[in-house]
Design a protein around this ligand. Structure first.
Ligand code: HXC
Length: 297
């Protein structure tokens, strides 16, 4: 789908994306590139990173890839340094690397819980920590008037509670806390904006195939009137908006992009039945207000 934004809204920016070689991360890499940014991708799987970089390059986007795991501080440091060495500076960090699997709380081992916390939450903090000196206003290669931008990919799972997602819910709640606290501290001290995006179910992603596996004949969504699956493009367009100058006053927010799904509840009554029932109840309550004995009327 065509972007509604001008092709130069991220012109001259350098963006580093963890998990930028696949899924939502790759879509953001591509759209950032199409809007003028140079792209560095960090990922654990060399073949995925290499393929993503060649795809970006063949679309005319300056791109480089680095193998690395956000759980290893030395990888985070090495990749941030290599990005700056390659492109001369760093303007944007996108934390899109994440881990997930469906498991009941009872069957989840502490190490399984920790693994997801380490990737999603600690990994996000580690990347921010290593990138800080380059994202600061006046940081190496940057001009002295503005700081950089951090985007954390979150979720909506923890807004209520989600079946078989205790580890990811905890991890993304921590990510949202990082977004707000870094927005406060680094926004104030260094002019760095820190925001998040909380996607709903997005088609053609590992997340969706893990949360709604083909093996499960899932009819549980039938009653959800707002339910539909979003596109990676929906997330990437929001990312372009937040990263561009149009988002200059947006700091510390996590934008929910799920078509309103997290608000969905089973409908108690059909709409037509509400009209009938509601009027009947109204008449009855006027005739006999609750708590007033009918003998007193
Ligand atoms: C129960 C599991 C498990 C499963 C792993 N574990 N898979 N437990 N059910 N299906 C446990 C293991 O038993 C082990 O604990 C611990 O987790 C670590 O597992 P490893 O396989 O050693 O970890 P690792 O190789 O590092 O792989 C990490 C991973 C994996 C998270 C388990 O799935 C991964 O690499 N994922 C990255 C890609 C990904 O998931 N992308 C989707 C993101 S979607 P023990 O105790 O046995 O040692 C997303 C969407 C959010 O984030 C919500 C959107 C709506």
């Amino acid at each position: 789908m065509e972007s509604p934004f001008k092709a130069d809204v991220l012109k001259g920016k350098v963006a580093l994306l963890t998990g930028g070689g696949s899924g939502i991360g790759f879509e953001i890499s591509t759209e950032f590139g199409k809007h003028g940014a140079s792209i560095a991708i960090m990922g654990r799987r060399k073949n995925v990173v290499d393929e993503a970089v060649s795809a970006l390059k063949s679309a005319g986007i300056p791109a480089v890839g680095f193998e690395g795991d956000v759980r290893r501080q030395e990888d985070a440091e090495r990749v941030v340094e290599a990005t700056v060495k390659h492109f001369g500076k760093l303007d944007i960090l996108v934390n899109a690397a994440a881990g997930n699997f469906l498991v009941s709380a009872e069957d989840l081992s502490p190490n399984g819980f920790k693994t997801v916390m380490d990737i999603d939450s600690v990994g996000t903090f580690t990347m921010c920590h290593e990138a800080l000196k380059y994202l600061k206003k006046g940081g190496p290669g940057r001009n002295s008037s503005t700081g950089g931008f951090i985007l954390n990919i979150s979720a909506t799972l923890h807004y209520t509670a989600s079946w078989y997602q205790i580890h990811v819910s905890a991890a993304k709640a921590a990510v949202d806390a990082l977004t707000r606290n870094l927005a406060l501290e680094w926004g104030t001290d260094y002019d760095i904006r820190v925001n998040g995006i909380a996607p709903g179910p997005i088609g053609e992603t590992t997340g969706l195939s893990k949360l709604m596996p083909q093996e499960i004949n899932n009819t549980a969504t039938d009653h959800l009137p707002l339910y539909n699956v979003g596109e990676k493009w929906d997330i990437a367009m929001a990312a372009v908006y937040l990263a561009s100058n149009a988002g200059k006053y947006i700091n510390g927010t996590t934008m929910i992009i799920d078509g309103g799904l997290w608000l969905s509840k089973p409908r108690q009554l059909p709409k037509e039945a509400v009209k009938q029932v509601s009027r009947t109840v109204e008449k009855r309550s006027r005739a006999a207000p609750a708590g007033v004995p009918t003998s007193k009327l």
